[in-house]
Ligand binder design. Sequence first.
Ligand code: FES
Length: 152
Amino acid sequence: MASEMDQLAEELEKEVWASYTEAVRDHAKNPRNAGSMPNADGFAVVTGPCGDTMKIWLRVKEKVIRQATFWTDGCGPSIASGSMVTELAKGKSIPGVMRIAHKDVLEALGGLPEESRHCALLAADTLKEAVKDYLAYQNEPWKQAYRKRGTG
Ligand code: FES
């Protein structure tokens, strides 16, 4: 009985993921850089039009993204997109990371079905907002005393 249920679950999972690339499946099931970052240098939380939210934390040293992490309450493709966008961000300069667009996330994932393309947009938008947060913080260091970091 259990094996019949397992088989059914396996078939259902295959069906659900059938329209996604191997890269999307991999990043959704084994997300890279998942989780919050204490004392981040940049942080943003963005809610997309679908109502799902993504958070991104950045560690920046000498104007280069050394680490980027994310969290989302969204769908599988949003997990894959958060995972991929944080991978793309690592090692980039500030101008370089600001150039990461949702088409870059889509390309790196090998594409997403039309109905899931906004998930990549949410990831790219959240990354941009986290960089803007970093830049604002650089321009206004006096805010350091009270700015909320690493939570949200
Ligand atoms: Fe909302 Fe994917 S459906 S982020």
